[in-house]
Design a protein around this ligand. Structure first.
Ligand code: URA
Length: 442
């Protein structure tokens, strides 16, 4: 079938066959379909949507457009996690060592940050020497030897998604549920996952503004996983206020180490709880109905792994194996530090009713912690710490945030942004639930 006929078929609201989707994706990946035709096709998908079968076919076609990682000689069942991205979301840094500390091998490929959302790779690179660029063989060898590896996604994995995502970015076709769901799931499937925990965030600091949007996306991803023979659990998690205290690359590494040292400050207890929940579902999947079937009991076990130093030991082993400077793990004050560290004082007293995650992300971004476009340099030392979370009682003048800056002008702008970030109430405020609901295929 000619490409123009595939575009026309979708334009007219018809469902594409598996062969049409497969051929289209393979031809586009090879460079046989020009961007203008692919852009037209993306817009028809954006406007007309896709059936469940089409979304599964698109996901598998993109997953098979490059290498598919086969970890079956190392582990019988590979468990992975994915977050749709949030403010202060450093969950992978704690969750992977935690799960590995329970004897489950984790081999994860992560991404860099773009826009307001930070990337795990950028955070890890705050640790001097940490190598995220592993060859396929190195990646497998570390998974086998250490039971944990956390590196950058190989360019040969789901190349169709990388190409299509870049095109979506400039054709206003990013916010399409079939395209987002297939994009995320194709990378997880290509990375060899058998079981996937999806942390689908909703709220101001998230890709999906409302819980209904997040639920619709989560539902589609669980369906894709089910039809593709994977086990999937999707957690709908609140991202209206930042997760934990730290927002900014080295600051987030510091906080992750603090949590793994068993000394989580009160204001970051939401982050610790969130990590325990995500990790407990990863154990549930890894146990495959034989072990770890009770997520509450899993959390108790995992909390012990934080408090007894096991998770931190695994993190240290991972950093060492990937050429990172373990002195920075042992003494986080050695991590890159900003020149100007200035408190923000509460303008008034009362209960914190709201902390606008997006405003916090913008402040951190403006300080230089994020990148506008791929390849832009970032400053790993800068960022924001938010000490006052929803529900806390604050007296006027108390330190509610800290700005870490390397530039006086940017510091002043961040201070002003942060002042407007907090909303106060004279009446007590109940902190929001971390997880709205869970959608599971198991
Ligand atoms: N993250 C992805 O990986 N793909 C999308 O389309 C959106 C968010």
């Amino acid at each position: 079938m000619r490409v123009v006929d595939i575009i026309a078929k979708k334009r007219d609201g018809e469902a594409l066959s598996r062969e049409e989707i497969h051929d289209f994706i393979q031809a586009y990946t090879r460079g046989d379909i020009p961007d203008y035709q692919a852009a037209a096709w993306l817009m028809t998908v954006y406007l007309k949507g896709m059936t469940r079968q089409e979304i599964v076919d698109l996901t598998l076609a993109m997953a098979q457009s490059g290498d598919v990682l086969d970890l079956s000689d190392i582990l019988e069942y590979a468990v992975d996690k994915h977050s749709s991205g949030g403010v202060g979301d450093k969950t992978s840094l704690v969750v992977l060592p935690l799960v590995a500390a329970c004897g489950v091998t984790v081999a994860k490929m992560s991404g860099r940050g773009l826009g307001y959302s930070g990337g795990t790779l950028d955070k890890l690179e705050s640790i001097a020497g940490y190598n995220v660029n592993l060859t396929g063989e190195q990646f497998r060898a570390l998974a086998k030897k250490n039971g944990i590896v956390l590196a950058g996604q190989s360019a040969s994995l789901a190349p169709a998604d990388a190409k299509l995502y870049a095109l979506r970015d400039v054709t206003a076709t990013v916010p399409s549920l079939p395209l987002i769901a297939s994009s995320i799931m194709s990378k997880k499937i290509a990375a060899g996952a058998n079981g996937i925990v999806l942390d689908v965030k909703y709220g101001r600091g998230a890709f999906m503004p409302t819980v209904e949007d997040a639920r619709a996306l989560a539902q589609i991803m669980v369906e894709i996983g089910t039809d593709a023979g994977r086990d999937v659990v999707a957690l709908l998690s609140n991202m209206n206020q930042p997760l934990g205290v730290a927002v900014g690359n080295a600051l987030e590494i510091r906080e992750a180490i603090q949590v793994m040292s068993g000394v989580t400050p009160d204001a970051a207890s939401d982050f610790e709880d969130h990590c325990l929940i995500v990790a407990s579902y990863m154990l549930l999947l890894a146990g495959r109905g034989q072990r770890w079937t009770d997520v509450d009991a899993n959390q108790t076990l995992l909390r012990d792994k934080l408090n007894n130093g096991d998770a931190l030991g695994v993190f240290r082993r991972m950093v060492d194996a990937q050429d990172g400077d373990i002195r920075m793990v042992d003494d986080p004050s050695l991590l890159p530090t900003a020149r100007l560290i200035v408190p923000v004082a509460a303008a008034r007293g009362g209960y914190i009713a709201d902390v606008d995650a997006l405003a916090v992300a913008r402040a951190s971004f403006d300080l230089g912690a994020g990148r506008e476009k791929k390849g832009d340099p970032i400053d790993v030392a800068v960022g924001v710490e938010v000490f006052a979370k929803v529900g806390a009682f604050i007296e006027a003048g108390m330190t509610i945030a800290m700005v870490h800056a390397n530039d006086e002008l940017r510091l002043a702008a961040a201070q002003a942004t942060l002042q407007a970030t907090f909303t106060y109430s004279d009446l007590p405020v109940t902190p929001p639930a971390l997880i709205d609901s869970v959608i599971s295929s198991v």
